[in-house]
Design a protein around this ligand. Structure first.
Ligand code: AHR
Length: 498
C-alpha cells in the first residue's frame, strides 16, 4: 500500500546558502585511491593520462563539479613528510605506508603532482598537515613552499622544482583524528598543540586568508568538540572537523558485505547515516555556546558507508563496491548537510576512488561511476544555492525494532532563480507517495531526474557499468501549488521547477 508523506517548502524562511564545499572529496594514499585510481604514472602508455593523472578520472570529476579535494590523508597525513614527495622522482625516498597494508610508497605522487592535478580538475586543494609525527617547522615550511610568491628558502625550492607561481592553497587541516591514528592525544593536549601549529601557518596572500581546520570529533564525541571550542580562540581556527562513518561495527571482517547485505544490515547502516542529523545538532549547539557569531565552520571531512572489503582484496586497501544503498545514504546525508548549512560549510565524502564509499572505481584501464557518483552529480545544482527550509512529515520504514523515516528531502533556489527539490526514498521495499506543497514558490511545470533500480543491492560493475544511471523522472505532477510525487523504493530524485 502506498501511504502519504507531506513535504512543505518554507521559502519565506530562507536565509542561508548551501556552500559548494559541502560537496568535497577525499584522496588518501590508501590502497588504490592515488596509485591506480588518480595516478597511473607519466610513462603509462596504456591508460590515457596528463602528467600521469588519468584523463577519464579528470573528466568524470569535472562533470561532478567537485569543489575541493582533501589530501594526502587521513591517517596517512600524520605519517607524511612532504619533502619526500618533491624534486626528481627517481631521487625520492621510498617509505612504508604503515597504516594501509604496509605497502611501499615510492612518493612518485607528491605536492606538485597533487596541486597540479587539482588545477586540471578545477578543484580547490585541501592539504592535511602532519601534526602527529611532524614538526611545527615542517608544516610552516609546507605553507611557505606552496603559497609564498616572493623570495624565500621554500619558495625558491619550489621554483627549482619547476613551479614559478604559488598555488595559493587556502584550506589546511592541522592534523587528522588526533584522538586516534593522529597521535592518540587527549583533547586538552591537542588543543594546545593546535594553537602552536596554527600560529606558524602564515597568511602569505593578503586577500585569501588560510582556512585552518582543527582535527575534530568522531561521531558523538561531544567532549572533544567542547574542549576544542573552549581552548582554541576563533582567531586561530576557521573550521573544526567531524568524522562520522556508517558502519555496523569496527571489528575487521564483521562490517557486512557491500553488496550482499541483509534487510537488517541495510536498516542498521541507514540508521547510522541518519544519526548525522542528531550529531550535527549537538556538536553545533556546543559550537554556538562558544562561538555565537558562527565564525568557525563545521567541516565534516570524512563521511560515508564503511563495509567489508571486496572478497580477495587486500584488507588494508578498503576497496568496496557501491550499491543503491550508498546512493540513498548519500542523498539522505546531503539533505542533512543542507539543513545545517548555516554551520556546516564543508564536507568530504570518504573516499573519491577505490576506497570506501567511492564515486569512481577503476580496474586497470577500465573506470566506472558508482550510484554515489550519480547522486552527487544530480545534487550539484544545490552548490552555492539558497537553502529553502522544508518541513517533512514522513511515514516510517519499520524493520524489527528499527524505525526510520521513509523519506528525506531538501530544497534550494539557485542564482538564476531555479528551485530544485531533492527527495530520497529510504524504504528499500515500497514506493512512497509524497504530497509536496510549494507554499509561496510559483511554478508552471516540473521536470526531474531519478536514480533507481530493481533491487537496493544493485550496483554497477566493470561488465555492466551503466546498470544504474540517472533517468528522466516522470513521477511528479503539478497541480496549482501542489506536487504529487511517487518515488520508487530505494531511490533518489532531484526535481526542477519551471
Ligand atoms: O578514510 C579512511 C580512514 O578513516 C582515514 O584515514 C582516517 O582518518 C579514518 O579513520
Amino acid at each position: 500500500s502506498i501511504a502519504q508523506n507531506q513535504v512543505t517548502l518554507k521559502a519565506e524562511e530562507a536565509k542561508h546558502t548551501i556552500n559548494r564545499h559541502i560537496y568535497g572529496h577525499f584522496a588518501e594514499h590508501l590502497g588504490r585511491c592515488i596509485y591506480g585510481g588518480f595516478y597511473v604514472g607519466e610513462n603509462n602508455t596504456r591508460i590515457p593520462n596528463t602528467a600521469g593523472v588519468r584523463n577519464d578520472v579528470v573528466d568524470a570529476l569535472k562533470k561532478l563539479k567537485i569543489p575541493n579535494l582533501r589530501w594526502p590523508g587521513g591517517c596517512f597525513a600524520d605519517t607524511y613528510h612532504w619533502k619526500d614527495g618533491i624534486g626528481p622522482k627517481e631521487k625520492r625516498p621510498s617509505i612504508v605506508n604503515a597504516w594501509w597494508g604496509g605497502v611501499t610508497e615510492n612518493n612518485s605522487f607528491g605536492t606538485h603532482d597533487f596541486l597540479n592535478m587539482c588545477e586540471l580538475i578545477g578543484t580547490e586543494p585541501y592539504l592535511a598537515g602532519n601534526v602527529g609525527s611532524g614538526t611545527v617547522q615542517e608544516l610552516a615550511d609546507w605553507v611557505q613552499y606552496v603559497n609564498f610568491g616572493k623570495e624565500s628558502p621554500m619558495s625558491n625550492l619550489r621554483r627549482q622544482n619547476g613551479r614559478e607561481k604559488p598555488w595559493d592553497v587556502q584550506i589546511w587541516g592541522v592534523g587528522n583524528e588526533a584522538w586516534g591514528c593522529g597521535g592518540n592525544m587527549k583533547p586538552e593536549y591537542y588543543a594546545n598543540i593546535y594553537r602552536q601549529y596554527a600560529t606558524f601557518m602564515y597568511n602569505y596572500s593578503p586577500t585569501r586568508k588560510l582556512f585552518r581546520v582543527a582535527s575534530g570529533a568522531s561521531s558523538n564525541d561531544y567532549h572533544w568538540t567542547e574542549v576544542m571550542m573552549r581552548d582554541i580562540p576563533t582567531s586561530l581556527m576557521e573550521g573544526i572537523a567531524l568524522h562520522h562513518y556508517s558502519v555496523l561495527t569496527w571489528d575487521d571482517g564483521k562490517k557486512g558485505s557491500a553488496t550482499q547485505y541483509s534487510d537488517e544490515e541495510y536498516a542498521k547502516i541507514m540508521k547510522q547515516a541518519l544519526l548525522m542529523d542528531d550529531y550535527l545538532t549537538k556538536h553545533i549547539a556546543i559550537m554556538d555556546k562558544y562561538d555565537p557569531q558562527k565564525k568557525v565552520a563545521m567541516v565534516v571531512d570524512e563521511w560515508g558507508g564503511w563495509y567489508n572489503v571486496e572478497p580477495n582484496t587486500n584488507p588494508g586497501f578498503l576497496y568496496q563496491q557501491n550499491t543503491m544503498r550508498d546512493a540513498v545514504l548519500a542523498g539522505a546525508t546531503l539533505n542533512i548537510f543542507h539543513k545545517h548549512c548555516e554551520r556546516v560549510k564543508m564536507a568530504n565524502l570518504a573516499q573519491a576512488i577505490n576506497v570506501l564509499q567511492s564515486v569512481i572505481l577503476t580496474n586497470e584501464e577500465k573506470m566506472i561511476l558508482t550510484p554515489t557518483y550519480h547522486v552527487l552529480e544530480m545534487y550539484n545544482v544545490h552548490q552555492d544555492a539558497l537553502m529553502l527550509p522544508v518541513e517533512v512529515k514522513t511515514n516510517d520504514y519499520v524493520l524489527g525494532d528499527i524505525k526510520l523515516p521513509a523519506i528525506s528531502a531538501s530544497a534550494s533556489k539557485d542564482k538564476n532563480g531555479r528551485v530544485h527539490i531533492s527527495l530520497t526514498n529510504i524504504d528499500p521495499k515500497q514506493p512512497q507517495q509524497i504530497t509536496l506543497s510549494l507554499g509561496s514558490v510559483k511554478a508552471t511545470g516540473v521536470t526531474g531526474r531519478i536514480l533507481a533500480s530493481g533491487d537496493v543491492r544493485d550496483h554497477n560493475t566493470f561488465e555492466n557499468p551503466a546498470k544504474i544511471k540517472p533517468a528522466p523522472f516522470t513521477g511528479a505532477t503539478l497541480k496549482g501549488d501542489q506536487l504529487t510525487v511517487t518515488l520508487p523504493a530505494a531511490s533518489v530524485a532531484v526535481l526542477e521547477l519551471n
